[in-house]
Design a binder for this molecule. Structure first.
Ligand code: HH2
Length: 265
């Protein structure tokens, strides 16, 4: 999943693709590089980000969603707002990615009657305060239970199970230790077994593990993280650097995990 941030303030590429033409060109480039789907986001959810009015989010998103339709890959829309979900679905979005995990009744109602895939992501709190003091008794059990509860409420509203994708929400109300515990628990987080989307590309987790302060220079760490997530069964990797991730995955999958190499002997 290639990331297209149509924002002035995203943590790693804010401002580069705010112009719709630049965002559309970037989306096309990511598909040329091998993205299987694109995730379009018009509101930054970086720690401390202020909320964006719905009309501003729509004004950024819709020209890019329209400009990238017909490209031959599914389009995901990263939004927390029911009104944006409805408009995106009406314009043909194939997936709705809600970093708030469809917490509100209005969000569930906005998507239930569609045929789109739905990403349920876990976040403790909201972006303006989530990194202030994240706390859990047992992060793996709590995140897993919350994701299953949200998936249940979508199913109760009529969403077929195979439409639902789960995401532990790396960096969303979590310390480095919380993020590591969740990634190490994959492919099973508590009682939840996926399918999993993992987004760790360029995040502060990678900065903390490598000492690399500049998000734009966290490629090597992000690739290692992507391979670790793939090895643990992630179905979708949400990444900024599609070509490099494709190359890393090609080598990793040709060489195979140790257990498969053992079987072949
Ligand atoms: N991470 C970000 C945004 N959306 N969606 C899912 N499902 N999972 C993630 O891990 C995830 C996400 C943050 O990354 P980015 O879009 O690059 O930054 P920003 O929120 O500053 O625009």
């Amino acid at each position: 999943m290639g990331v297209v941030n149509i924002t002035p303030d995203s943590f790693s590429d804010g401002g580069r693709y705010l112009d719709p033409k630049a965002a559309i060109a970037h989306g096309r480039r990511l598909v040329d590089e091998g993205a299987d789907l694109l995730d379009l986001g018009a509101e930054s959810t970086r720690p401390g980000a202020p909320p964006l009015p719905e009309r501003d989010e729509l004004a950024r998103l819709m020209p890019v969603l329209e400009g990238l339709s017909g490209l031959g890959v599914p389009l995901s829309v990263d939004t927390r707002k029911p009104g944006v979900m409805r408009a995106a679905l009406a314009a043909g979005a194939d997936m709705i990615n809600d970093v708030a995990g469809f917490r509100s009744r209005a969000a569930v109602e906005a998507v239930a009657g569609s045929r789109a895939a739905l990403v349920v992501m876990h976040m403790q709190g909201d972006p303006s305060t989530m990194q202030a003091a994240p706390a859990y008794r047992d992060v793996v059990a709590e995140v897993g239970a919350w994701l299953l509860q949200q998936a249940d409420s979508l199913r109760t509203a009529g969403v077929a199970g195979p439409r639902i994708v789960l995401d532990p929400g790396i960096g969303f109300g979590k310390t480095v230790e919380h993020n590591v515990a969740l990634l190490q628990a994959l492919p099973r987080i508590g009682d939840a077994t996926g399918p999993w989307l993992v987004g760790l590309s360029r995040k502060s987790l990678i900065g903390a593990l490598t000492g690399q302060a500049d998000p734009a220079r966290r490629l090597a760490g992000s690739l290692a993280g992507a391979l670790a997530a793939a090895a643990r069964g992630a179905a979708i990797l949400r990444v900024h650097d599609v070509a490099a991730t494709r190359e890393a995955l090609a080598v990793w999958s040709a060489l195979g995990p140790a257990s498969r190499a053992g079987e072949a002997r």
